[in-house]
Design a protein around this ligand. Sequence first.
Ligand code: ADP
Ligand code: MG
Length: 331
Amino acid sequence: REAKSKMPTYKGLEEFKLLEKMGDGAFSNVYHALEISTRKKVAVKVVRKYELNASQAGEKHLNEKFKKKPRVTERANILKEVQIMRGVNHTGIVKLYNFFESPEHYFLIMELMEGGELFHQIVKLTYFSENLSRHVILQVAHGIRHLHEECGVVHRDIKPENLLFERIEIVPSKNPSVRPYDEEKEDEGEFIPGVGGGGIGKVKIADFGLSKIVWNEETMTPCGTVGYTAPEIVKDERYSKSVDMWALGCVLYTLLCGFPPFYDETISVLTEKVARGYYTFLSPWWDDISHSGKDLIQNLLCVDPSRRYTIDEFLAHPWCNAAPAPPPPPT
Ligand code: ADP
Ligand code: MG
């Protein structure tokens, strides 16, 4: 944890006290913060408006004298991220409470997700049991269903770094729904964040930086307007929701075995594998995973987007509706 004295201050953000840095991006920093007037804990995403070059980055007093290059992330993109987050309202999606800006920064005041990234939980646990994976992926899927079916929004950046746990609940790894990542440490009481209290912490979708409003598939109209739209645009966007379903398949695969379906050190080889949809259920990691789970993944990691499962087909699949096995009897 960074010392409080090391927290930066931002002009325009005086109503908030920054407590801890939670996320680091190329152009944005996310902080755990306190809204001073209400004592409410929030997350603040601070996005820089201007590019700093290397020599300026270390300077304490930025400003007038520095040449300001427009940023890669333009105003319109931030406003779109904000507009989309304001338009959604679902427990599976991180809420935006407020948005404002200063001459140097944009500020997004959001619901605080203290449990951190799903990505970090996968790294900690190595992989999740089928029951725990189901708990996690169903919450994400219901969030996606809200986006796709009720808001006409495609997220376009579903990945474990953008799926966040609401809080950290600490329980011993002997919890039957979790396979500990280190058998030897199990008896020493290795702890597992995000799991506990007879259930697991809530998981929500964050980061609408790449998201987009899309066409209604039935009426072929954009949400809210009557179209004078060319057929190539309509055709192009027809399957755009399916990109989230592919990503959901990649997340589910990764949850179940601890490594992603497509990987290669060479980017050209990786690109080729993705393009062909070439992945395997590698032994021994996949040996004990149910046929039903594999079937679901096959219907998501399907190269032809017209044959890939939609969110409603996903939610109707038997694997999603399997009751979790009861915990083993005490020994
Ligand atoms: P970027 O566009 O830089 O990826 P994100 O919105 O994904 O920005 O935020 C970057 C990181 O900050 C996330 O991966 C997560 O670790 C953290 N983060 C983002 N939003 C929140 C939040 N509401 N609560 C807690 N942490 C968050
Ligand atoms: Mg992100």
